[in-house]
Design a protein around this ligand. Structure first.
Ligand SMILES: *Cc1c(COP(=O)(O)O)cnc(C)c1O
Length: 377
């Protein structure tokens, strides 16, 4: 089974109930479940308890939603009302990202009309270099600015050094957003939480429920510390809407009508509990470590990244050989690992994210890699 059974069953119920979960007064039970799941998630992920949590379709939309808040907020602080005047003619919003941010951050910025970001250098694991961030922000001088950091590089699994980078960004008056589609879940594990040190100091975060938490597609989470800033960007006013003063589900994400996306998230967290979520994260990491250890024993294979979380990138001697291995592995069908390019080299990229993967599956995957690597030797 691809998804966690509790999440899948809850998702079926959501379809069967077919409630429009945008307003508290209309679907109070859905809202209560969303509030509870949101509170649990903030606690699990080590995020500030006062934050607003929005249930989006994925991390791309969570990035978009969370970044709409600072777009409006940093411009408001610069005396520009973007809701009224639009972006044209207003002060420029500077967005700074690391060279290895996920492509969907650029997509979100494009949707928001913010254009292409300024890119700062990263280290050998793809982490933003604090000195490069400092230099970039100092050079630009004061003005509306947003810094987008990352928890979980898709090639190395590494996370940005949040303590230093958040402090630097805030000292320069920037809003800090963290794209943590899968990496943010390190915070749910006592064994991996150190990777996130300082992440709670940011202003907004995006993550997925359909990756690490194994909720059926499509399910992402957007978290914004300043709930009013999110509501200002996403809120809907309409005389026909049965709404009161409190922040409604429809004030936190782009959709007005929407399915009860919080229910499967609630179900899987309720089922696993704090320890179960930690155990899930740790199991994925353990599998990644086992895969990397086995790859390192194969002749001609180099694991390129420091395997700190759930990602492994390996080369097989040359780009041609690596591509040949990837092609044969996909044709073989035992395991699903795909090719990518990292630091100028073709790599076999492994991302462990399924709750049901067992030690035996890992062994079979290793054997499949060994088989195809031997075939081409
Ligand atoms: C997967 C991923 C995204 C995009 O998430 P979707 O849920 O596919 O929209 C964004 N950032 C990172 C780091 C990712 O791994």
């Amino acid at each position: 089974m691809a998804q966690h059974p509790a999440a899948m069953a809850a998702d079926w119920l959501v379809s069967a109930w077919d409630q429009n979960a945008g307003l508290r007064t209309v679907t109070p039970a859905h809202s209560a479940v969303g509030d509870l799941a949101g509170a649990w998630l903030l606690d699990l992920l080590g995020l500030p308890g006062e934050s607003a949590v929005g249930f989006t379709t994925g991390a791309t939309m969570a990035n978009f939603t969370a970044l709409a808040a600072p777009r409006d907020d940093v411009l408001r602080r610069a005396g520009w009302d973007v809701a009224r005047h639009g972006l044209g003619g207003g002060p420029a919003v500077r967005v700074v990202v690391g060279a290895e941010r996920h492509d969907t951050v650029d997509v979100a910025l494009r949707y928001l009309g913010l254009g292409a970001p300024d890119v700062v250098a990263v280290d050998h694991q793809g982490r933003v270099r604090p000195d490069a961030l400092e230099e970039s922000l100092a050079e630009a001088g004061p003005g509306p600015a947003v810094v987008v950091l990352q928890a979980g590089n898709i090639h190395s699994g590494a996370s940005d050094p949040f303590e230093e980078t958040v402090e630097t960004a805030h000292r320069h008056g920037a809003w800090v957003h963290v794209d943590g589609a899968f990496g943010l879940w390190a915070a749910a594990s006592p064994a991996y939480r150190h990777l996130m040190r300082g992440h709670e100091g940011a202003d907004s975060w995006a993550t997925d429920a359909h990756k690490t938490l194994n909720v059926p597609y499509d399910s992402g989470l957007c978290v914004v510390r300043d709930a009013a800033a999110l509501q200002a960007a996403m809120g809907v006013q309409g005389a026909y809407l049965l709404r009161d003063e409190v922040c409604q589900p429809l004030d936190k994400v782009p959709e007005l009508s929407r399915r009860g996306r919080a229910v499967p998230v609630w179900a899987v967290v309720r089922c696993l509990g704090r320890d179960g979520v930690a155990e899930l994260v740790e199991r994925l990491c353990r599998h990644a470590t086992s895969l990397a250890d086995a790859l390192r024993t194969m002749p001609g294979v180099t694991v390129l990244n420091d395997v700190v979380f759930t990602q492994v990138c390996a080369t097989f001697g040359s780009d041609e050989r690596t591509d040949e291995v990837v092609g044969r592995l996909l044709a073989d069908g035992t395991t699903w690992m795909t090719g990518s390019t990292w630091h100028g080299q073709r790599v076999l990229r492994i991302s462990v994210s399924n709750w049901s993967t067992t030690d035996e599956d890992v062994e079979r995957s290793v054997e499949a890699v060994r088989r195809v690597a031997t075939e081409i030797a």
